[in-house]
Design a protein around this ligand. Structure first.
Ligand code: ADE
Length: 264
């Protein structure tokens, strides 16, 4: 080939080669330790003591090999002052950024629990693969900033995975509150969301910045438009629903094993 050939063609070929290679490294971003630990056990992962992350941060990484895949589960860990899990968008974006920098994954899987909308077909224990994610608490009513605030992004398309595992599909809306204010509700309706979480759109933002494919597995712990108070319903169902999430996550990883991105 000539030394100064068609650069765009070369670049295209390179990215095609990347997509045809079997997936080798996966990073799970999971906000709560309760959600992560059953999967850590299932994949027989080890906690990283010599952290790839800056000294002193609470972020936790579990790693190991499972069916030919380098699996990492990264959690924001416990808030240093309060001892509770670092849920929400700020921690999620930071650990996603640091994980991509350190681990160069082929794929990010953001897995966790979510509130579901009964009116959109969600039931307790359902695991959704989200096709699209957006924010519902970033209202900036100035042209273009409004769209920036909503921050809508598409998940990496996985039609074969969807067919094989028979997962429910729905849009995901993200905000930093467990409850839902009337303003949030209006945005969630505008986002056409079936499930609501506290990290997804933030993980999507970082994945998009760093050009890493991302998918979202969200298990429903509470029905937002039902009659039970969300905090009680969430805590009541957390353990059982986490088991359903982990079962699905395992099936997803089993499906991914040996495949390239374009086969998903
Ligand atoms: N995670 C679990 N239930 C949730 C809800 N109702 N809102 C946001 N995140 C959640």
């Amino acid at each position: 080939a000539p030394p100064h050939g068609d650069k765009s063609a070369e670049v295209k070929e390179e990215s095609a080669a990347v997509d045809n290679r079997p997936i080798s490294t996966i990073v799970f971003i999971i906000a709560m330790q309760t959600e992560a630990l059953p999967l850590v056990n299932k994949f027989q992962l080890t906690e990283d003591v010599d952290s790839v992350f800056p000294k002193g941060v609470p972020w936790v990484r579990f790693y190991g090999n499972y069916k030919g895949l380098a699996i990492n589960i990264v959690c924001p860990g416990k808030d240093p002052a309060l001892g509770v899990d670092g849920v929400g968008t700020v921690s999620a974006s930071l650990v996603t950024y640091a994980s991509v920098q350190a681990l160069k994954p082929d794929l990010i899987i953001n897995a966790g629990t979510a509130g579901g909308f009964g009116s959109k077909g969600a039931s307790i224990g359902d695991v959704f693969l989200s096709s699209e994610v957006a924010f519902h608490d970033r209202r900036i009513p100035i042209p273009v900033f409004d769209i920036y605030g909503v921050g809508s992004r598409k998940a990496f398309a996985t039609p074969n995975l969807l067919k094989e595992l028979n997962l429910k599909v729905g849009k995901l809306s993200t905000g930093d509150s467990l409850d839902m204010s009337p303003m949030d509700e209006a945005s969630i309706v505008a986002n056409d969301a079936t499930v609501k979480d506290m990290e997804g759109a933030a993980v999507a933002y970082v994945a998009d910045l760093l050009k890493v494919p991302v998918i979202f597995l969200k298990a429903v712990t509470d029905i937002v438009d039902g009659d039970k108070p969300t905090p009680e319903e969430f805590l009541e169902n957390l353990a059982a629903v986490t088991a359903a999430l982990d079962q699905t996550a395992t099936q997803v990883v089993d499906f991914i094993s040996g495949k390239c991105l374009l086969e998903l």
